[in-house]
Design a protein around this ligand. Structure first.
Ligand SMILES: [Zn+2]
Length: 201
């Protein structure tokens, strides 16, 4: 048997480097970090790269940015290429280890412009991050953007905490909502592609 494909790559689009050119390596506060995430999320959908989602991995104590991720589903044709998966994978490549919480590692955190979907929930659990920082966690993301985030466990945050992952919610929430609202305008104008799990219809 000859397999038609034996590897795949999730990589950042070129415009991310341009956006990061004026961003310092250290972002001292979680608001600084979320501001960058919201900026990348807004640019991401406008560039036609994927949904209005971005993430980054930072060292919690120093604020050093280890990686950024954006949703690259449309660009790569890989359905799992969500912002969190991209940022976590790039952070693991950067430190050379699958465990961001391994021995000798500084405490790492994942910063995302909303609560992760059901896929990225798992990806976050296995990543080794010690903190998850989100702009919000309510139904607004799905209501505004029309994306399906999957059957999230109602105790998702408690389950993170039980595994040593602190959850910080509500950071620059209004800014995140503004990004989703702008995206929705494009959805309603049929200007973007929303990709979801199959429905039963
Ligand atoms: Zn996701």
């Amino acid at each position: 048997m000859i397999l038609p494909a034996i590897d795949y790559t999730i990589s950042l689009p070129d415009w991310v480097s341009s956006t990061l050119a004026d961003v310092p390596e250290i972002l001292p506060t979680i608001e600084d970090r979320m501001r960058l995430v919201n900026r990348l999320a807004d640019q991401n959908w406008r560039e036609g790269n994927g949904g209005p989602f971005a993430a980054l991995v930072a060292e919690t104590d120093t604020g050093r940015i280890v990686s950024v991720g954006v949703n690259v589903v449309l660009r790569t044709g890989i359905s799992s290429g969500h912002a969190e998966v991209t940022a976590l994978g790039l952070a693991q490549r950067a430190i050379g280890d699958w465990d961001l919480g391994g021995v000798g590692q500084p405490k790492h955190e994942l910063v995302v412009n909303w609560r992760p979907c059901v896929q990225c929930y798992g990806a976050t659990l296995w990543s080794g991050v010690r903190r998850l920082v989100v702009a919000g966690s309510g139904p607004e993301l799905e209501e505004i953007t029309t994306f399906d985030e999957g059957p999230m466990h109602p105790e998702w945050a408690a389950q993170f905490e039980a595994r040593g992952i602190e959850v910080v919610d509500g950071v620059l929430r209004d800014d995140a909502i503004a990004v989703f609202t702008a995206y929705r305008t494009a959805v309603d104008a049929d200007a973007v592609t929303v990709y979801n799990a199959r429905s039963d219809s």
